[in-house]
Design a protein around this ligand. Sequence first.
Ligand code: SF4
Ligand code: SF4
Length: 413
Amino acid sequence: MPHREDADALKEKYYHSMGAALTEEGDLEEAVVFFQKAIDIHETPYAWYGLARALHAAGDLAGAVGAMSRAIKLAPGAADYYHERAVFLEVLGRPDLALDDVKKAVSLDRNYERVDEIRWAARVVEEAFRPPADSLEDTGRIGSEELRRMLEEKGGADIFRKPSCPVVSCPAYCCHFTGRLLLHGVTIGPWKLQGLRRYFQEKGLREKDLLDVFPVAEAEHGEDLFAPQDVMKLGGVASVTFPRQGTSPLGRDLARDIPKGKDYRTLMWIGQEARPCVFLSGGRCSLYDVGDEASLDPCSAFLCMTGFVFVVLRSLGLIDREAMGASSMAELNGIAVDALIILARDVYGSDEAVASADPMVQELRSAVEEDLAGNDGLRDEAMGRYRLLKNRHDGLIGRLVVSAGQKIAGLFP
Ligand code: SF4
Ligand code: SF4
């Protein structure tokens, strides 16, 4: 049966993704069932890891330790798995074993000595670039256009919207995949496909050498696994289309410097066996600018920790291209973490910045409430106070960024 392997792999993906979603929602009993179904199809470290987290949340600590041990057996180089098992063992009353796991995590990656701070810093910096509308409800009913604009501004929406990663010395780890791109959700939308077809024609390229097609109905729950806008009728059959892969694996040397995710967790789909997307050329995406849309949606949604920090540094004017070019990927991964902590401690999460942001957010909330209540005069007054506070806040952030920038410059060799 054609696409049989893809269909099985997608079924496993559906089960473990459902397990993760149900864990988030707090439906732990069901989450455990889904993770177990995923493991029955194919044992992966991340399904065991997900099961361990669901069992921990459900209060089954011994089960969580057992499941995490299975994950560790399958992925012995993942420092986060040891770190997480240490947390379970501590609660289970085995601080001796927990300490062994912490030591193991730190021996794999020194940053595990401060991983909680790293995760805090990533949350703080990400939050600082999020438009205020993201944390408010009911903004769709707002009458004042100016207020709607205020809620959308902050720069965050723009800097993270389809960013091109400024880390040019990266061999684009994020374009390497263990398994076909279809399994990782990298599918192509209709507009991009149109642009690509024109591009292939101009360049004399054959579509079937570069793109593959999967009929969605072949996979159980296929309709839940793909973005609806990427499902198209191809040859009369609802299908998704996705880039093929090249042949050369990443290899052991390059695999040593793989960056972490934004939450400082291992990126399990990139290992030494991972192969590049066929559109990766000279370390860059050759179809980024093809057609009217930059990048593919699923690709643009991803930034690793290193890419995330450098996108932020670029937006703050703190990137020194020469110093970046002279640093290895391993050094840049380390610099990104240090820079992130400086930005969180000294700028966005500093006492001064938090004290200045709180009243500003309050005024914006009042403006929204007054708008929704139809009190235009009170809304305009709150907006006026917000503007004043925001100017002051932006000035403060600007000053803090300048001195943080000096520290960050000192991180480069
Ligand atoms: S996002 Fe991360 S993995 Fe992707 S190119 Fe940038 S630094 Fe490399
Ligand atoms: S389409 Fe471009 S960005 Fe996406 S995986 Fe392929 S090379 Fe990378």
